[in-house]
Design a protein around this ligand. Sequence first.
Ligand SMILES: [Zn+2]
Length: 205
Amino acid sequence: MQILHPFAGSIQRYFDDIADPDRYRPDHCPQCEAKRPLTCHGFYRRTLVDAAFDGVIRVRRYLCCSCKRTVSLLPEFVLPWIRFSISVIAMFLAARLLNGFTFVAAARAAAQAVMPYQRGQFWIRRFQKQAPTLSLALVPLEAPGHPWDPAADFVSRALRMLESIGWIAAHRFLFSQLRVHLLGWPACLAPAGRRITLTAACPAP
Ligand SMILES: [Zn+2]
């Protein structure tokens, strides 16, 4: 199971932070609710592309001695199963769908000088599909009296909410409280990001 590393600083700060296993060690198991601190269980590695980073990061894992299941602490700036950081995806989607940039200009706005068309379209398609869910799920985070245009379509409404709340703050709420993914879970991890059976890994887009 993945839970969020309670930290939203820079990638470099994240590297420094995870060196200490005790710093964010969960004091109970989020799966079986055993009230015992979890045991360190190494790291897994995943790729990440951010505006100024393209490489591999380590994600700390803990083991629950009661239920024998692992918990990993995913940093808040990444999404499960997506290789690109939330901020890169956010900058691209806002530029393309909210501000009407061309595809190429939106990719540049997201610090992606070379962006394959399929990748951008993949994010757009998934976001369009997820927008109605996001628009409803983010209502509790709306600023009081925020004048959302009730006639606005789901995509622009969801984008405006995310821009106003902050994409990472919104992701923290969606993922931690509702297990909702900003771009929707892939079929193999649906409905809540957990593999039902141990089948082949999902390809990372
Ligand atoms: Zn447990």
